[in-house]
Write a protein that binds this ligand. Structure first.
Ligand SMILES: Cc1cc2nc3c(=O)[nH]c(=O)nc-3n(C[C@H](O)[C@H](O)[C@H](O)COP(=O)(O)O)c2cc1C
Length: 162
């Protein structure tokens, strides 16, 4: 089974986890970025990113390389913003709606407080699927490395395999 990890990361935590999962699961990494970058410092980052997530924005993305035909499973990775999945992920799904409609999905979400559940429910609704193959919630895996996070990543990967 061929897997794509489609992720957005503002400050590296999601990217850190995405790389680990890709390496261990033998998956391809597809990093998506908005054309207009969000402020990533101080309070402005919470205000702009939070507002964008709350409003359900779909920002234009920079070009990325993704051929849906190559994959059976798509793993989404994102930082939780205002209890939601991040807008670039929403843009990606909107842009690829048709071509990914027959895929299996899994998701990992990074957050500061572990509040990923709501965002995962929202993503499930947006994808219009019954369930994810596997879900994973990590607390700032790059900034706060822990054995618990590593164990959770391994457990998540084991669920991705058929
Ligand atoms: C705009 C914004 C909103 C956030 N909202 C939440 C939130 O609702 N709950 C939470 O636990 N963490 C929240 N965070 C923290 C990030 O989800 C967390 O630090 C994550 O690990 C960052 O991932 P990254 O380094 O890949 O960007 C928010 C961060 C930003 C910038």
């Amino acid at each position: 089974m061929k897997t794509a990890i489609v992720f957005y990361s503002m400050s590296g935590n999601t990217k850190y986890a995405a790389k680990k999962i890709a390496l261990k699961a033998g998956a391809d990494l597809i990093e998506i970025k908005p054309q207009k970058t969000y402020p990533d410092k101080g309070f402005r980052k919470f205000i702009w990113g939070g507002k964008s997530a709350f409003m359900g924005d779909t920002p234009k993305l920079l070009p990325y390389n993704f051929n849906a035909d190559k994959y059976d499973l798509i793993v989404f990775g994102y930082p939780v913003w205002a209890s939601n999945f991040t807008p670039p992920i929403k843009s990606f799904i909107k842009e690829n709606k048709e071509s990914i409609s027959d895929k299996a999905f899994a998701v990992f979400a990074c957050s500061m407080g572990g509040g990923a559940k709501k965002s995962i429910e929202k993503l499930k609704k947006y994808l219009q699927i019954k369930d994810f193959k596997a879900t994973l919630s990590l607390i700032d895996p790059k900034d706060k490395p822990s054995e618990e996070n590593e164990k959770k990543i391994d457990d998540f990967i084991s669920k991705l395999e058929f």
